[in-house]
Design a protein around this ligand. Structure first.
Ligand code: KIV
Ligand code: ZN
Length: 522
């Protein structure tokens, strides 16, 4: 690559599997993590942060396996500023063709106070740990967590120490989503100007979205000289999330006239991976989300539709095909066969095994009996209801609900619980409440419902409703999804889906919050 091309290249570092998976309830299974890593590699992500190996056996196993399987991307693992963390991280990433260790410590006054290290002690810790990482791996990334709230002089001092100790990438995190575009640019420019050796390494930008400025802050940092953007699919991540991969990639593509930087990403893969991440994480994409939202390419108002028909460019700055959205949306009906369903689902990014296809096909036929026209979105909703009929301990057998203006509403429920059929009748404040009370009567638990969300998948009164629920029990957070043309049935199925996951989690033990905390570096 020429020096000029190198200058114009921006590396995409995806942390969906680490920072994204930290969202409460977004926990993915081992197989799901491998699948997402494969899709990230295929779409051209330069670096995949595959997990935090010391956090749990599961994280370690996932990072090791992703490291073994990935063809092109650099595989990175996260480690706190401790030798034990760094060693464990290396054990997991060393199987990769191109491994990277990412180690970090909180450098702002608030973060320094937690391990109770003064400035000199922390500087010494950074020197020791980056040196240790570099002795194991020749690709080392170092992050001063909460960099945007760290004193500038101290930030320059520690960045210089990390570079001298061998860090090849310095990441500047806006951990709490506090910075603004001009400040983000000035911070990178200041580091490039003041830190000796800064021109020898790559600066990365890692922005959280608490004020809705993550993407703008990342792009501003690039304009000032950062050459690696850290991001997640759909902007997944704790609180308001992270910079969204699809937003930075499309912004750089569409506004290349004013931001002349290139990425390696194949943008036509965006829609597919966005849908998969929404499904496996249980975090649906908001309808008006830039690039990947359901409405991002929908033109409802009369003026817009008229303009679109004359010339699509009147209201579209990119084409749906650029992000992998196919134009034909009407798909199938009740006469469509299994092979057609498999092929359509593959187009939508779902690779199914034979057993899974069998289950989905049954549900597809049931849906086709109730709904004449089945659209892509209906199939995606069907896939979101990822029940596992062979292993689920709880199954819905039947649900009858009485509702209307004269309460109380009543639910007659039959469920199979560990192979035994059980029935109950319960009342509630509305049909959903009555159904949830009935489920709780058959499967007593102390989990608290944190979220209950309903969306109509398509237009029309026969549209399917997708329901998402999130529940918490003793620090374990699980989500459940389902879809049905009957909103109350979809709600009950989503609740049962979450309970099935909770039972699995109870057996495995462990909590969502790792026993060790990111702040615990002493
Ligand atoms: O937001 C943050 O500071 C992080 C670090 C661990 C890099 O995710
Ligand atoms: Zn982060």
């Amino acid at each position: 690559m020429t020096d000029k091309a190198k200058q114009d290249r921006v590396l995409i570092f995806d942390t969906t599997l680490r920072d994204g998976e930290q969202s409460p309830g977004a926990t993915m299974t081992h197989a799901e993590k491998l699948e997402i890593a494969g899709l990230l590699d295929e779409m051209g992500v330069d670096i995949i942060e595959a997990g935090f190996p010391i956090a749990s056996e599961g994280d370690f196993a996932a990072v090791s396996e992703i490291a073994r399987q990935t063809q092109n991307s650099v595989i990175c693992g996260l480690a706190r500023a401790q030798f034990g963390d760094i060693d464990r991280c290396w054990e997991a990433v060393k199987h990769a063709k191109r491994p990277r260790i990412h180690t970090f410590i909180g450098t702002s006054p608030l973060h320094r106070a937690i391990p109770n290290l003064d400035m000199d002690q922390m500087a010494e810790r950074i020197h020791e740990t980056v040196t240790h990482a570099r002795n194991l791996c020749d690709n080392v990334q170092w992050s001063p967590m909460d960099a945007t709230r760290t004193e500038e002089d101290y930030l320059c001092r520690v960045v210089e120490i990390a570079i001298k100790a061998g860090a090849t990438t310095i990441n500047i995190p806006d951990t709490v989503g506090y910075t603004a575009p001009r400040e983000s640019a000035e911070l990178i420019a200041m580091l490039l100007r003041r830190v000796p050796g800064a021109d020898e390494i790559v600066f990365a930008t890692h922005c959280h979205n608490d004020l809705g400025m993550a993407t703008a802050n990342s792009l501003a940092a690039v304009e000032a000289g950062a050459r690696q953007i850290e991001c997640t699919i759909n902007g997944l991540g704790e609180r308001a999330g992270n910079t969204a991969l699809e937003e930075v990639v499309m912004a750089l593509k569409v506004r290349n006239d004013i931001m002349p930087y290139q990425t390696r990403i194949d943008s036509t893969k965006i829609m597919n991976i966005s849908r998969r991440v929404a499904t496996v994480s249980g975090f649906p994409v908001q309808f008006n989300k830039a690039i990947v939202g359901k409405n991002a390419f929908a033109h409802e108002s009369g003026i817009h539709q008229d303009g679109m028909l004359k010339n699509a460019e009147t209201f579209e700055i990119m084409r749906p095909e650029d992000v992998g959205l196919s134009e034909t949306n009407l798909v199938m009906g009740k006469h469509s066969g299994r092979a057609a369903l498999r092929s359509k689902l593959e187009d939508l990014g779902f690779e199914l095994g034979d057993n899974q296809l069998k289950d989905v096909f049954v549900r597809f036929k049931e849906l086709a009996d109730r709904k004449k026209e089945i659209y892509d979105d209906d199939l995606i909703a069907l896939m979101r209801t990822s029940s596992d009929p062979e292993n689920d301990r709880l199954k819905l057998k039947s649900l009858k609900v009485v509702c209307g203006t004269d309460g109380p509403q009543q639910a007659d429920l039959v469920m199979e619980v560990d192979g035994v059929e059980k029935a109950t009748t319960q009342t509630g404040d509305g049909p959903v409440d009555a159904s949830f009370n009935a489920i709780k009567a058959l499967v007593p638990h102390t989990a608290r419902l944190q979220l209950y969300q309903v969306h109509a998948v398509t237009e029309g009164t026969d549209a399917q409703a997708t329901v998402s629920v999130r529940m918490e029990e003793d620090g374990r957070i699980v989500t459940g999804q389902s879809a049905s043309t009957d909103t109350v049935v979809a709600s009950a199925l989503a609740y049962i889906h979450a309970l099935n996951r909770l039972l699995v989690r109870r057996e495995k033990g462990g909590k969502d919050k790792p026993e060790i905390s990111y702040k615990d570096v002493s």
